[in-house]
Design a protein around this ligand. Sequence first.
Ligand code: PLP
Length: 832
Amino acid sequence: MTDTTSGVTSAMDLNQAWADLKPAERENDPAHLKTEILAKLAYAVGKDPVVANSSDWLTATILVVRDHIVDRWMASTRENYRAEKKRVYYLSLEFLIGRLFRDAMNNLELTSGITQALSELDVDIDFIRELEPDAALGNGGLGRLAACFMESMATVGVPAYGYGIRYDNGLFRQAIEDGAQVEYPENWLAFGDPWEFPRREAAYTIGFGGSVEVTKDWDGATTSSWKPQETVMATAYDTPVVGWRGEKVNTLRLWRARPTSPIKLDLFNSGDHMGALSESNRAKSISRVLYPADSSEAGQELRLRQEFFFTSASLQDILRRHLQQYDTLDNLADKVAVQMNDTHPALAVAELMRLLVDQHNLKWDEAWTKTQAVLSYTNHTLLPEALETWPVNLVERMLPRHMQIIYTINARLLTDVKTAGHSEEILEKVSLIDEHGGRRVRMGNLSFVGAHKVNGVAGLHSDLMKVTVFKELHQVFPDRITNKTNGVTPRRWLMQANPGLTQLLRDTIGDGFMDNTEKLRDLEPFAQNPAFRAKFAAVKLENKTRLAHLIHERTGVKVDPTAMFDIQVKRMHEYKRQHLNILETIALYNAIRANPHKNWAPRVKVFAGKAAASYWQAKSIIRLINDVGNVVNNDSAVRDLLKVVFIPNYNVSAAEVIMPAADLSEQISTAGLEASGTGNMKFGLSGALTIGTLDGANVEMLEHVGADNIKIFGMTAQEVEALRIKGYNPRATIEGIPALKEVLDGIASGIFSPSDKNRYAGLVDSLWNSDHFLVAADFEAYTAAQREMDALWHDQDAWMTKAVLNTARMGWFSSDRTIREYAQEIWNVPTV
Ligand SMILES: *Cc1c(COP(=O)(O)O)cnc(C)c1O
């Protein structure tokens, strides 16, 4: 109790000093923050400081930070309303947010005040920070992009709402047992979420199934009206998203599914307890769990229900807000921009048409003009298996009115395309319906046709869209595709994840880069300065030591922080080619054993990433990495020259420790298959050198950092295409590379799995027989590139010079730049 009383009485004495402070300093005043924290602890958490545990302190402190956000949030919202600003709505089935405590504190510039306040209360901020659940409402890059965009939209002053689903269970927690991935549910909401505000007033009815009623008006025109057979309630939960320096605050609105009637009392009273609740469970299941697949579509009915659920709720909310403010839909496209993050919200095209035509009585053509003007669509993948399609009969059954609307859009589209003189072949490709083997709705085409702009996420990806997935649509609508190269928020990925480097940068080039990351260029001359390089290297070593602790804690393996940290962390997928990396690692292991006294560069090979639970090939690669680690790490012959570790449960919080600790960043996808990548950018910002293919945003990284400062290897997208046309022979390729053949033979003979010699038969056979992702074809180029990195490592001055230049030249990859481009060229909204 002593703390409480001293905090309160001293607050009186502080009043005068307090009045003299500037507003920002006033907010960051430790004495006041301490009083606020104690008040929250008592009145919101209900705990006396004497008995409060670490979680109580965290909750109390989060609630204090949240209060500081709320004032600004209301001011932002009020100002957007008053100035009649156009609002951007970012529809995304995934938001991979991670923890918010440090992010919010940093953006409000409260970190020093709160750290001191807590320390005076005997609370270690770094300890309680780790207790916040990591909100993983997404799978990987796509969801993380949405989270970076939310922060950047607030930072550059774009009034925005993110719309998604408040999943009870986010992405699974990954454990490694016996070397294999095991999935456990992640219950991030177990103790509630202190950041969110439930909104009783924002609730919408979402329909499913039923039929369409057509009525004839007095003038002969018809009105369609959907009579759903089943209804579910969507209720809103808002989380404020605060931009850098706390100037603007936007809203992330996540929908939760509730039954329209929680229980059928007549059934319950008659003794049918399960039956009484079955409807309720069916409704709730919509927001129960995130689909844990990445880059491939599960294609299950519940997924389509999720997609329609959040799309419909969001559009109803958008129209309600617009009509409340303007009382007319005439200016809808001037005040509303809706971005569809991938095809998951593609039903927005049909749902917005239904709302405008059936509910608001607009004529079709007028509604269509507005729909196209409002909507835009971001494509994230060229993998054919990841392009969503849904069976026509499923859509017809679940959303009968939407299916009619899609047919009408399609009929008009095909008429226009035909009239414009395009061939039958083109007609067939642009159609919203795939007529081959069971009719399916093409969600990519639906999104493309319903949007005024369609963007890819890196230059190469946008170019490839024009000649692959959307070749024919691009011929018909040549102005629609545009590129918006991804970015990452420098607040989370530089300032918060790498405080040591941030401090060094501030001391060296001043604070300017914190408001404009392009100012990192001022660092360039320091790359040649040995004293600066030494400080830069010291920060890196400190970050590596921190990661070494995490590795030891999670895997039991001890690694040497002075070795080269060579890191590949991302979702596990064959196109990302973690197997190319581990196969080359085995070859290196063989070479070290054959020639132990050569001048090898000591390496720690770090892997992390989750595999979709049903993706056995990706899980097999995880197991191989762990099995290889088991052998290599226990082989005294390699001494400390090589270690192989797999860090379990990769998520945003892990990434924040991993990225700043990398010397070498592995970005080695088969060229043409990684749309952009954003992990590559996070690594580069912290000064890692990239070894990578000419794929995704690696291409633009090459342009920015310069060919001397990035190691590009392997086939280009064009060469990949040419090889596939010519016919690729993996068998002959492998036979021609003795080192690779030795590796594959070793794996197949059970060297890494003595208790189960056949464990990797599937993996090895698939390389011999198809090698769809061209691992063997790029193997020698990759090996040669790695040996060049070894040589460079021995020249630490040269390595660190390049590392500094990477940090100096990565500023362009800030998501602030990306958002400014969307704002100007797609949304038509001003930025500050
Ligand atoms: C950045 C990030 C990704 C995306 O990584 P890529 O290498 O671009 O695939 C995935 N997951 C997490 C947790 C991330 O932070």
